[in-house]
Structure formats: structure tokens, C-alpha cells
Design a binder for this molecule. Structure first.
Ligand code: HEC
Length: 264
């Protein structure tokens, strides 16, 4: 295990402990999430959507996402992987789904390095098909955990399109800049290279496949959230990832935990 992985794991278990110790408090914080976001009740509600889901073959989904990356980039290519097979299997509303209307989400919002576009693409489909804000929240949360704490990219194309690549890295965050930067550093390549494009294409395949697997389980009534909703908000007292030292070094500021709006 690399030092970084160890740090991530230790960081996580430390936070697990904190959450474990303050379980009652953490639970209360979640229950009164509505107050946190300025809304009185935060109950989940159903969403009317004409977009239906049918079980997909994750391998096919991954392959499509991989192949379309080089033209459509991260967000729209994940959409391609999921939506193209749904157009065939389900049809209906999917037939007119404008995949490229979301291309702007590439590079963490038009190249601003914020949320990795693969997650935006996946989240759009999850939100459209699950018809319930709570399930969509749980699934996107699980997806962010998958993205942040796995060595990626795992997907290995049968036919490589752009370049051979050597490394897999743990992003520790769903933030595009840090995720891709960490991989570039390991691989020793620049951003505008075939290698980096290849990495993001394979990563897009991984995220599209994981999404298909979760939705397949859900449509069978077998999806169970793996992670606590709003884990980071509760653990850190601020919208965040568990990578504080990436930016703050060893002097991580402590948030002012007043929570005036939280019912205790
Ligand atoms: C991507 C970089 C980045 C990461 C990761 C990050 N922060 Fe920050 N954070 C900042 C920046 C930049 C500021 C603004 C600081 C300033 O302007 O002085 C800030 C501000 C804050 C503040 C408010 C300022 C203060 O002194 O009270 C808190 C609290 C904070 N961060 C806590 C955290 C915690 C806890 C984590 C990990 C869960 C974290 N941050 C992760 C970049 C980051």
C-alpha cells in the first residue's frame, strides 16, 4: 500500500471512529438536514419522469463510454454508454435524449476542474430513472465513494484507441483537477496528451459500468445504499471530501460548528 493510500484509509477510519462515537449526534444531524439547507422538511419526494430503466450489460455500457470519449468527453460519453442501449431496449423518452447537450460538463464544468464530468453524466441518468430524490442521493453518494477510493482506471479495452497507460491512482476525491492531476503525476504526462485522454476514457467506462451495476440492482429491488448520506457534511461540518490535507497541509482549519439551524 502506498503512503497516500494508507493516509486515505487511516483518515477514513479516524472519521469512522468520530462518526461512531457521535453516532446519536450524527443521526440527529441527518434527520434535521432540512434545517441545514434552510428547508423545513428534507423528506425525499418522488420525481415524475418518463425515462424508464431496463437492465443493461455493464460491459457494453463501458465499451461505448470508452469509445465515445475522444469526441464527446467525460460527461457526454458516460451518457452515451447508458443512454444508447436504453434507446434500443426501452425507447420512449430516451429516443429524443440530447446526449451532447451535457458536453459542457467535461473537465469538471467546461474545464474548470470541479466535479469530474463522468459523475455529472452518471448522475443525470440516475436522477432521471430512479424517480425518487432519496434513492438518487444515495446512489450518487455511493458513486462518489466508488470514484474516490478505488484505484482507477480499471477498465482495460480489448482494443486500445489512443495510448498504452501504466498507472491506476486513488483520487481520494471526486474533484476533476485533483483526480486527473494525481494520475498525471504518477504517469508523468501532461494534460493535453493521448495518455491522459486514454485514462479519462477508461475512467469514464468504469463510472458508466458502476452506474449500470447499481441501476441493475435497483431495478431488481436489490439496491442497498453502501454509504451514509451526507457523510462528509456530517463528519467535517462543511461540504467536503476527506482530503483536507491536499490543500491545507497539516494545518486543517476547524469549522465553527455552531449549527444554529440544527435541531439538537
Ligand atoms: C481543494 C482544496 C481544499 C480542500 C481539499 C479542503 N479545503 Fe478547506 N479551504 C480551502 C480554501 C482555499 C479555503 C479558504 C481559505 C482562505 O481563503 O483563507 C478553505 C477554507 C476552509 C475553512 C474555512 C476557513 C477557516 O479557517 O475556518 C474550513 C473550516 C475548511 N476549509 C476546512 C476544511 C476541511 C475540514 C477539509 C477536509 C474535509 C477541507 N477544508 C478541505 C481549500 C480546501
Amino acid at each position: 500500500m502506498s503512503i497516500k493510500e494508507k493516509e486515505i484509509q487511516e483518515g477514513l477510519s479516524r472519521r469512522d471512529l468520530i462518526i461512531g462515537a457521535g453516532k446519536a449526534a450524527a443521526g440527529a444531524a441527518i434527520l434535521s438536514l432540512g434545517a441545514l439547507s434552510g428547508v423545513k422538511t428534507a423528506e425525499a419526494y418522488e420525481v415524475a419522469s418518463k425515462f424508464k430503466y431496463a437492465k443493461l450489460d455493464p460491459q457494453e455500457v463501458g465499451q461505448l463510454a470508452y469509445e465515445h470519449y475522444f469526441k464527446r468527453w467525460c460527461a457526454s460519453t458516460v451518457l452515451t454508454g447508458l443512454v444508447e442501449p436504453l434507446k434500443k431496449k426501452v425507447g420512449g423518452a430516451w429516443k429524443d435524449f440530447p446526449i451532447d447537450a451535457y458536453r459542457w460538463a467535461h473537465g469538471g464544468f467546461a474545464g474548470w476542474g470541479a466535479l469530474c464530468g463522468t459523475l455529472t453524466g452518471a448522475g443525470i441518468v440516475i436522477g432521471l430513472v430512479t424517480n425518487d430524490t432519496e434513492i438518487a442521493e444515495a446512489m450518487t453518494n455511493d458513486l462518489a465513494f466508488f470514484y474516490a477510493y478505488n484505484e482507477l482506471p480499471k477498465f482495460t479495452p480489448s482494443k486500445i484507441i489512443k495510448a498504452e497507460i501504466k498507472h491506476m491512482t486513488i483520487a481520494g476525491t471526486p474533484v476533476c483537477h485533483i483526480s486527473v492531476g494525481r494520475w498525471m503525476r504518477a504517469e508523468g504526462v501532461g494534460f493535453l496528451t493521448n495518455e491522459r485522454a486514454e485514462r479519462c476514457a477508461r475512467l469514464a467506462a468504469d463510472i458508466a459500468m458502476e452506474t449500470a451495476k447499481m441501476l441493475n440492482a435497483w431495478v431488481d429491488g436489490k439496491y442497498k445504499p453502501k454509504h451514509q448520506p451526507l457523510y462528509n457534511v456530517v463528519a467535517n461540518g462543511i461540504t467536503s471530501q476527506n482530503n483536507c490535507r491536499d490543500c491545507h497541509g497539516q494545518y486543517v482549519p476547524t469549522p465553527n460548528e455552531t449549527y444554529e439551524t440544527l435541531e439538537k
